[in-house]
Design a protein around this ligand. Sequence first.
Ligand code: GLU
Length: 484
Amino acid sequence: MVRVRFAPSPTGYLHVGAARTALFNWLFARHEKGVFILRIEDTDVSRSSEQMSQVIMEGLLWLGLAWDEGPIFQSKRLQIYQEKALWLLNQGKAYECFCSPEEIETRKREIEARGGVWKYDRYCWRLSLEEKEMKKKEGRKGAIRFLVPPGRTQFKDLIHGVISVDHSQIEDFVLLRSDGLPTYHLSVVVDDLDSRITHVIRGDDHITNTPKQILLYQAFGATPPEFAHLPLILGPDRKKLSKRHGVTSLLHYRDQGILPLAMFNFLAQMSWSPGPEERIYSIDEMVANFSLNRISKNSPIFDLNKLEWLNRRLIKEMKAEELLIWLKPEMEKKGLWQPSFEKENWAWFKRVLDLIKGRSRNLIDLIGNLKPFITEDYLIDPIGYEKYLREEKLLELLPRLRKDFELLTDFVAPEIEKTLRKRAEQEGVQAALFIHALRVLTLGKTVSPGIFEVLELLGKEKTLARMNLETARTKLAVSTANQN
Ligand code: GLU
C-alpha cells in the first residue's frame, strides 16, 4: 500500500511551495487509496515552535489536506535517532568525529588556498583507539559521521528520470551532532523507514540529498522508497519564488478571501494539469486523474492573476449554499451575519448572492457587494457621486420618481423598470440619468448588476429611504473621511 508523508520544518509560516508539496502527496495518496502522514521536523529546537506547527496544520486543514497518521513530532524521537546512529557506529558504517568547527575551517581554508575543493578529510576515521580515548579524556564530545562507501549511486526519480552520483562527490556527512541531535539525513531516513514510506515526494531542492539518504537506507539493510522531486515554483521573472513576488504564506490568501478550492486548483495546476481545460476541477476529479508521471519537470510560475481568475470563476460557479460555508464565518467575524439569512430570509438572501457573486473577486469583495443589501454601513464612491449625483435636474426629478415608486404596489423589477422609463419619458430625460443616480444612491457604486433587480431585492422601503440626495451627501462625507 502506498504510504507518503509531508514533512515540514516548523520554522516559519506554511509556504505556498510547501503547501503544494503537501497537496501532491495527498493527491497521490488518495488516488492510490494509500496513507498520507504528517511529520513535523522540529529537531532544530531553537528555530522550531509549537505555534508554527499549529499554523502548518491550520493551513493544511484549510486546504482540505487532512492527514491519516500523525502528526509525528521528531523532537519526541531523539532517543531513537541516537540508537540508530550508535547501531551504524557499531557496525563500522559510521565513525566518531571530534573535530571542532574551527579545526575543520582551518583545514578547509588550507585546501582551498591550494585550489582544492573541501570535503571532510576523514581525519577522525584514521584515529587509533588510543587517540580517540585521549580526545574523550580531553572532554571532547564526538559527533557521528557516516562512512561513505566507494562506488556510485543511481536512482530513477519519478519526475526527473535517472540521476547518478559518484560517491567521491559525497563527503562523510554527520548523522548525529556532538550535542546528540540528529541531522536531517538521519532523522528523515529513520522516520521514513519506521513509517514504511513507499514514495518520497518533495521539492527538488532535496535532489542532492537523495543519494546520501539512499546510502543510509542501504546501510540499514533496507530498500529505499521511490523518489519524486517536484520542480520548485518560480516568480514571474523566473527567479526562485520569494517575498518580492508577492506574499508566500498560504494563510495570507485565506485571509484575502481566496477560497480553498481555488487555492487547491492553483497549486495543483502548477506542474500538473488535471485535465485539458483551464478551469476549476473538483477534488474528486483531481484525485481520479492524478498521476506522478504527468508532473512536468519544468519549474512552474507563480502567477497571482491566475489565482485571482480561478477564485473569481469559482465564486461565480458555486451554488449559494456552498458559498455560505465560507461566507458565513467571514460575515460573523465582521458582525454582519444574521441567522435569518439561512432561515426565513434564505430565498431572498440566495437571490442577492446569485446576483452579486459573478462580480466578486474574493470573499472580501463579495461581502463588500453584499453590504448595501444588509446594512446602512456602506460607502459612497466619491467619483460616482461627482459624476452622477451633481446633476441639477435630479433635485427636482428624483422626488418625482420617488413618489412614483412609492405608489407601486408590486415592487418588482419589471414594474420598477416600467415606472422609471415612463418618468424619464415624461420629463424628457434619458432613463440613464435615473439609473446611474440610483446605483450611486442605493449601492454607493457606479457599476452593479441589473439595477431593477437590485432595487427589488433591496425592497421598497430601503430604496425610498436612499433616494435622498441629502442622505447621500452625508454618507459621502463619512466615506471620504474613512478614506483619508
Ligand atoms: N523538513 C524538510 C523540509 O521542510 C523535509 C524534506 C523531506 O521531505 O525529506 O524541506
